[in-house]
Design a binder for this molecule. Sequence first.
Ligand code: ZN
Length: 595
Amino acid sequence: MRYLCLALTALITVCGSVGADAIRQTKGDFRDAFRQLDVDLPTPNTYRTASGAPGSQYWQQRADYKIKARLDETSRRISASETITYTNHSPDTLRYIWLQLDQNRFTDNSLERLSETAKDAVGRKTWTEQDKDVLSYSTIARRQLAKDIDYGFEIERVVDAREKDLPHTITGTMMRIDLPQSLAPGQATTFSIDWSFNILLEERADSRGGYEHFRDNDTYIYFLAQWFPRLAAYTDYSGWQHKAFIGWGEFTLEFGNYEVEITVPDDHIVSATGKLQNPGKVLTSRQRQRLNAARNADSPVLIVTPDEALENEKEKSTGSKTWIFKADNVRDFAWSSSRKFIWDAMVHKQDDQKNPEVLAMSFYPPEAEPVWSKYSTHAIVHTMAVYSRFSFPFPYPTSQSVNTWKHGGMEYPMITFNGYRPEPFEFEKNDAGEDKPVKNAPDETYSRRVKYGLIGVIIHEVGHNYFPMIVNSDERQWTWMDEGLNSFLEYLAELEWEHEFPAYSPQVNVLDAISDYMVSEDQVPVMTNSESLLQFSPNAYSKPTAALIVLRETVMGRELFDFAFREYARRWKFKRPTPADFFRTMEDASGVDLD
Ligand SMILES: [Zn+2]
């Protein structure tokens, strides 16, 4: 992407500088602003072609999972076992395999903890020299939590298909399993792992999953993400992707099929990646009837009503139920469980013979009303309609939005965790750019900020189903490849939701919004590793978004850009692209020389 910006800068300044360059060219210090991209890109090969497409010998590994998990609500703990079948499609013989243990990020001696600086604790963006003796309350609370409670995976057993112990070594957020026999190309191996861990108190741990405690009525929402030992990616461009999880570079994974059995208290409602296999066992006949009605509905139908949810959260049942989900060809699995959930659903119809209907569903506590029932499920459907036009039809049976926290959002296949709840205040920015409450909103209403914040975060997180859940780029290395492409489509989808949508902030377009960052000393190339970005958000999100908008509106024009972008999505759907594959495809399919 930096090359695109370079070309643009050169375009703007070319008239004034061409004479000087022509003279410099004869002096030996000439640097051609239009030099060919291939100088900087990796050499094409049989796995990745010079046109940016998967090559004739493209390969990727496969990991299929069978998981049984139990949520212990009293001790707020997960106990689980999984059987993984790992298939080696690479041309290489493997003597060991690596798994990601993301929960280990929260142990007291984790690399994240040990490498945290005061700047990290205060927030890199707002850091000033005078902050150097200051730690925020939330930072101290986060550190204390890791001292008080043992977080991270407890790996209890690793065995092969014959129940024989497999030697394994844990190093931070990664685990190596040594194979008794080398895994030759084309072979598969099956092994099982038993584990447990204490669920994180999300509001203190600053994690992507955990539990939320509603203190007013002592109720909980559990949302489990990055919660099972997952196969690390093995690729043609980097071998094992086993860079430690330090907090920013989220992950990249292998595709596979999942069968997951989740045992929870029997008054809970569970939302999860995939399709529910045993509705007869876990839903009432009334809920099943409503769910069937939702499959034909063009506006949300309530499966669990607000009154039923309020009734449900009063009692605490001691029995349990097992919910069974299946998901095919996904790169991850996440779920959420609570007795607080209101549940609504409607159908998204699309022009696709293979998958003509997708069930869009939302799960939220009474505290999220009245804004969630109004917008969440509609926002899911809107996202699929817009994103599919720019890429490919949504390939999965469900698409879900779960309200798991007050702010923020996080994405997993078919399920997203989203923030925003009604707040009793309207907010306005003061002179220092801080949000300050300015007036009370009446009861049973919500601010503009909550409404658009909610719609925006749902579009963003559901959008991640396309990038990187299906176009499987490597976020541990290049955050911009999914956050940038996704924020660009989010921006378009928001403007299609409503022409005056406050996409960045009211009356500010994305190009104006990043000008401060573009001239700041913190700016680094988008290709910088995810953990090294000095300002994470502008570099990974708004800079590539701005570049793509310029590329679409100014350099290529919409017709050429949209064709090339769709071609990139089509080529790399369910495959693993690198940045060079994106740059090359955009040039190859548009016919515009981006060098
Ligand atoms: Zn994102």
